[in-house]
Design a protein around this ligand. Structure first.
Ligand code: 8DG
Ligand code: MN
Ligand code: MN
Length: 371
């Protein structure tokens, strides 16, 4: 056997789907800085810069050691000169001046506040900022601002849904939905997905996949659930999106493209068993519930594996799965299907393991996808 040279380090892939990234982040001081830089570039609409910072953060999250010196980053992917200089500055001062400047910036603070409202994206936030608005109160008091239904709900339940959802809340929602679907059919299945499936303790919402064995009944299942929630008096907001799924269509190359399965974005009233201050005008009333954001998606049963892989995240992991498929395998992957451009054929899979296999990737467990 030949001994490895003393300096050799395991190589780190440029693709998040070839790295194992747990929630145990050893480089938080660096990744927090990069996330601020990424977000500020997102507000400035600089997509390339934003992605570069997100990629750098993702690489550092996968490391099993804390960076101590510039030697440690040698050979790591996605760390260009600009990124390196930020890391260097943090080595020296424990902080980065550009990040400090952004955090103090009124525009950044305001856009961050506005986009924390459900239904408000960077574009709307920017528009409000340009009108001179700086607080949520000011937005609500502005006469010529028209809020859509989603934003209206976002403001109404802001107190609750701007706080994070705990694992216990997620489990309570799971039980609630399980009980409700038992009235629909006994062979309907419910799976937790999104951040909680990756093992997170907190999230901004709870994501579920539902399947029913009879193909074509997915939409009816969601509509049944929404109706039941309404009758139970726990439906605070519902945005139902019907299926636009077409089995013939090639997977979308664009990551941002939303999927075509029937789904709904909800706000549900979750009984908490403890008294909380009332929402908005009813500040003085106490209540024993809180508003929770819940996403439900119901793919046809034979699309389950692709939907599960797509909805588990993280966003960075998904981005790199698709990029890897396209660049390294000449395949197109999205939440619905995998298509081999060389063979001109769709590749079928029943499990996530099979999809990784078809892509020639080692299987990465959900809790290792926190890229
Ligand atoms: P968090 O809620 O704990 O903060 O994080 P998360 O669970 O990772 O994020 P998420 O915003 O709830 O999204 C979970 C996954 O769902 C993510 O990989 C993106 C994916 N997703 C789709 N299609 C759609 C869609 O149409 N709308 C939304 N909101 N998310 C979608 O694949
Ligand atoms: Mn989520
Ligand atoms: Mn979600």
């Amino acid at each position: 056997k030949t001994a490895l040279p003393a300096t050799s380090k395991p190589t780190v892939s440029q693709y998040a789907c070839q790295r194992r990234t747990t929630l145990d982040n050893q480089n938080k001081i660096f990744t927090d800085a990069f996330e601020v830089l990424a977000e500020s570039n997102e507000f400035l609409d600089s997509r390339g810069q934003c992605l570069a910072f997100r990629r750098a953060a993702s690489v550092l999250k996968s490391l099993q050691f804390t960076l101590r010196s510039l030697d440690d980053i040698e050979g790591l992917p996605c760390l260009g000169e600009q990124i390196k200089s930020v890391i260097e500055e943090i080595f020296e001062f424990r902080t980065c001046s550009k990040v400090e400047e952004i955090l103090r910036d009124e525009k950044y603070q305001t856009l961050k506040l506005f986009t924390s409202v459900f239904g408000v994206g960077p574009k709307t936030a920017e528009k409000w900022y340009r009108k001179g608005l700086r607080t949520l109160k000011a937005v609500l008091a502005e006469p010529d601002i028209h809020l859509n239904k989603m934003q209206e709900a976002g403001f109404l339940y802001y107190e609750d849904i701007s706080k994070s959802v705990s694992k216990a809340d997620a489990q309570a929602v799971e039980t609630l939905i399980k009980d409700t679907i038992s009235y629909y059919s006994s062979d309907t299945k419910l799976f937790l997905t999104g951040g909680f499936r990756r093992g997170k303790e907190h999230g901004h919402d709870v994501d579920f996949i539902l399947t029913t064995p009879e193909i074509g009944k997915e939409q009816a299942l969601l509509l049944f659930l929404i109706d039941k929630f309404k009758n139970l008096g726990i439906l605070l907001y519902s945005d139902f999106q019907e299926s636009t799924f077409d089995i013939q269509k090639l997977p979308s190359c664009k990551f941002e493209a939303m999927d075509h399965f029937p789904k709904c974005f909800l706000i549900l009233k979750l009984k908490t068993g403890e008294q909380t201050a009332g929402v908005q005008q009813n500040q003085n009333d106490s209540r024993d519930w809180k508003a929770i954001r819940v996403d439900l998606v119901a793919p046809p049963a034979d699309r389950y594996a692709f939907a599960m892989l797509g909805w588990t995240g993280s966003t960075q992991f998904e981005r790199d799965l698709r990029r890897y498929a396209r660049k390294e395998r000449r395949m197109l992957l999205d939440n619905h299907a995998l298509y081999d451009k060389t063979k001109h054929a769709f590749l079928e899979a029943q499990t996530e393991e099979e999809i990784f296999d078809l892509l020639g990737l080692e299987y990465i467990e959900p809790w290792q996808r926190n890229a």
